[in-house]
Design a protein around this ligand. Structure first.
Ligand code: ADP
Length: 259
């Protein structure tokens, strides 16, 4: 099972480098109910996005300033990742950070291939690999940003995951950003036949997001559904919701499935 902890849940996206420690602690406890091998992926939240966007990392390599920007973005993500690992360890979960930029071969922002032998071994041993959205070398444009969402999807596909659960700070995918539009309605199921309409009505992410926010998330997940792996976006900011989803409850948020 692949569980992604959204940057919007574990950090305060409006404040720079603001980790939500209490939330992380609770989520680490909730992850403990997983019975099958587990991979955790997390987003950048207020750590990665602002730095990456200041230096235009996702636009590709254009000037020398970006080298320090790349370094700073990666470091910001390592810092957030350290909080995540600490929380998992404190909950008794044997988590190990896996740096995506040295196992994914990325071209034009998309993962072309991935070396996952060590990750498979971790899973076999019962160690929880923790990956994160990050600045990555890009074989075509020099550098780019690899989103936690794209990573989660790729890992799920390549490792034959049973399910992907994405924890966000909203109940799922809405007809518009629920934080901006009070009348926005929750879309219960996204399928290959309705996803284009859903994406059209969606707004961007709150705060600077170099990876495209909710619309991009749906686009990534629909590819996963097409390869037969079911995904669900749930509200991990609400206590026990992630836990219930891990335990097998369906329909807590938005399901993204083949139809
Ligand atoms: P994360 O970092 O948690 O993976 P994002 O911040 O990229 O997630 O996306 C989640 C955010 O997207 C929510 O906090 C919400 O405010 C915003 N958002 C924009 N449009 C929508 C929508 N149509 N449905 C749900 N959330 C939306």
């Amino acid at each position: 099972m692949v569980v992604k902890l959204g940057g919007s849940v574990i950090t305060d996206k409006r404040k720079k480098f603001a980790v939500k420690r209490a939330v992380l602690k609770r989520l680490a406890e909730e992850l403990k109910v997983a019975k099958e091998p587990l991979i955790v992926v997390h987003g950048g939240g207020s750590f990665g996005h602002a730095v990456a966007s200041r230096y235009g990392i996702s636009k590709g390599y254009k000037n020398e300033r970006q080298l320090m920007g790349f370094s700073l973005t990666h470091r910001a993500m390592e810092k957030l990742d350290a909080y995540v690992i600490d929380a998992l360890q404190n909950a008794g979960l044997p988590a190990v950070a896996v740096q995506p930029s040295v196992c994914a071969i990325v071209r034009n922002g998309r993962i072309e291939s991935m070396e996952l032998a060590p990750v498979r071994k971790f899973l076999e041993l019962g160690i929880i690999p923790v990956l994160y959205g990050d600045a990555v070398p890009d074989m075509s444009k020099g550098m780019s940003i690899l989103s936690g969402d794209q990573l989660a999807v790729r890992l799920a596909r390549e490792l034959g995951a049973s399910r992907v659960i994405l924890g966000a700070d909203v109940d799922g995918v809405f007809t518009a950003d629920p934080k901006v539009r009070t009348g926005a309605k929750l879309v219960r199921v996204v399928t290959p036949s309705n996803w284009r309409d859903v994406v059209k009505s969606i707004g961007g992410a709150g705060g600077p997001d170099v990876t495209g926010g909710m619309a991009k998330k749906v686009e990534e997940l629909i590819m996963l559904a097409e390869s037969g792996i079911e995904a669900e976006i749930v509200n991990a900011a609400k206590a026990d919701t992630l836990k219930r989803a891990i335990l097998g409850e369906r329909g807590l948020g938005t399901k993204i499935m083949a139809g």
